[in-house]
Design a protein around this ligand. Structure first.
Ligand SMILES: NC(=O)c1ccc[n+]([C@@H]2O[C@H](COP(=O)([O-])OP(=O)(O)OC[C@H]3O[C@@H](n4cnc5c(N)ncnc54)[C@H](O)[C@@H]3O)[C@@H](O)[C@H]2O)c1
Length: 392
């Protein structure tokens, strides 16, 4: 089997995913790189020994020696570049979130259908051990029929990661209830077996609005993401624009009647996701979200709290970034590039997570007024659910 030749567009922090895809002699090799920052390009050219580098993604797409592209630029650039990839006939992995608006997502999905080019969206949490374990327990019937999902997301390094660059600017992301929550909204949909139809949310910029900011055009501070400041109010060198919320809470109703809640805070001491799913015959909850951590199930009762639960599952060991999810998702993407067909991640689901996060952001900026989530064109749903088969 010859290696697939992969081009990568955007080689910032997420370049780790390109390294997971670089498997020379074992199915895939990164052979072309694109980044608008010449210093980044120079550094990464050495890492990958890539034969071709460019600052313009259209030049990379002109090449006929690439089988697929991995797109990892900031969120607001996904729509334009993803459509360019699809129109150039290059199978493309688009990092989550698919785009920063509902219209942007729909434009990408329409381009995929129009061109028949394969589209894959990088919702790597669907390949995280803890998520797969919870989904298997629900599908096995451990808790009966799921009725409500509650998720708390504690983002300890939020001030460092999300408030020192483009993430903090709503024109680049819409807001963190889309940018960051797209992961968990997708997982909520996956676990509950439905898509959000109506949302309401509250949120505010509580801590990072008044802290010292950098001048426009200056780079992220030296030691960024290595040396964390504590307490959060000691953080400095923030992005020159900070207008996204650092706390948000969101309620949602799904099309199958499930009711869900999602909460996100960017100034906690610890980083962890905590899921509870309650069904007609039990409840599950994760304690820690990485390899070796535990998912507990209570499905006898009624009783008071029992720390030992009825079942305790151990999250399996895994190698690679995001608890093994990055290795798993790249393996699935490479298979999809070669063979096509249905995958565990889903462009429709990616669009629905953005749509829920986008409308929730509109709600929280409108005093918590409930917003409906627009449905996706049923013809697009059918095209993607059938595994993106080219129409003759
Ligand atoms: N799935 C995950 O777990 C996960 C984790 C982190 C980031 N992400 C996503 O990955 C993407 C990248 O995030 P990041 O943290 O690496 O950002 P980053 O800012 O660290 O890196 C982005 C890179 O893209 C380059 N770039 C910007 N515009 C470009 C363009 N038009 N053409 C080519 N290069 C361009 C920048 O110079 C930079 O090197 C985002 O969409 C983010 O949401 C996903």
């Amino acid at each position: 089997m010859e290696d697939l030749r992969i081009g990568v567009i955007g080689l910032g922090l997420r370049a780790s995913l390109a390294r997971a895809a670089h498997r020379p002699g074992a199915g895939a090799a990164v052979t072309a790189l694109c980044d608008t920052d010449p210093a980044v390009l120079k550094h990464q050219a050495g890492v990958f020994d890539a034969a071709y580098v460019t600052e313009d993604h259209r030049r990379l797409l002109d090449r006929d020696d690439l089988d697929a592209v991995i797109l990892m630029t900031p969120d607001d650039t996904h729509e334009r570049i993803a459509i360019d990839c699809l129109e150039a006939g290059k199978a493309v992995y688009v990092e989550k979130p698919l785009a920063i608006t509902v219209e942007g997502c729909d434009a990408i999905l329409r381009a995929a259908r129009r061109t028949g080019t394969r589209l894959y969206v990088g919702h790597n949490m669907r390949h995280m051990g803890v998520v797969r374990l919870m989904r298997e327990a629900i599908r096995r019937g451990d808790i009966g029929e799921p009725k409500t999902v509650w998720v708390r997301h504690f983002v300890s390094y939020g001030g460092d990661y999300y408030f020192k660059d483009w993430h903090a600017d709503r024109t680049r992301t819409t807001g963190l209830l889309l940018q960051k929550a797209a992961h968990d909204l997708d997982v909520i949909h996956w676990l509950a077996g439905g898509y959000t139809t109506r949302v309401s949310a509250f949120g505010d910029l509580m801590v990072y609005g008044d802290l010292p900011r950098r001048e426009p055009g200056t780079s992220r501070p030296e030691g960024w993401l290595r040396e964390y400041d504590w307490p959060p109010t000691a953080r400095r060198d923030l992005h020159h624009v900070v207008d996204v919320e650092d706390v948000s809470v969101m309620n949602m109703r799904l099309d199958n009647g499930v009711i869900a809640a999602y909460q996100q805070c960017h100034f906690t001491p610890d980083y962890v996701r905590n899921y509870t799913v309650i069904g007609t015959e039990g409840r599950l909850e994760n304690f820690g979200d990485g390899p070796g951590d535990t998912v507990k199930v209570w499905n006898t009762g009624p009783t008071g709290h029992r720390g030992d639960a009825d079942i305790a599952y151990r999250v399996p060991d895994a190698q690679g970034g995001h608890g093994g999810a990055d290795t798993g998702i790249i393996t699935e993407f490479l298979r999809f590039v070669r063979e096509g067909g249905v995958t565990d991640t889903s462009p429709v689901a990616a669009r629905m997570s953005v749509a829920a996060g986008y409308q929730a952001t509109m709600s929280l900026r409108d005093g918590g007024t409930p917003y409906d989530v627009p449905a996706l064109d049923p013809e697009l749903v059918a095209y993607f659910e059938a595994g993106q088969q080219r129409e003759s």
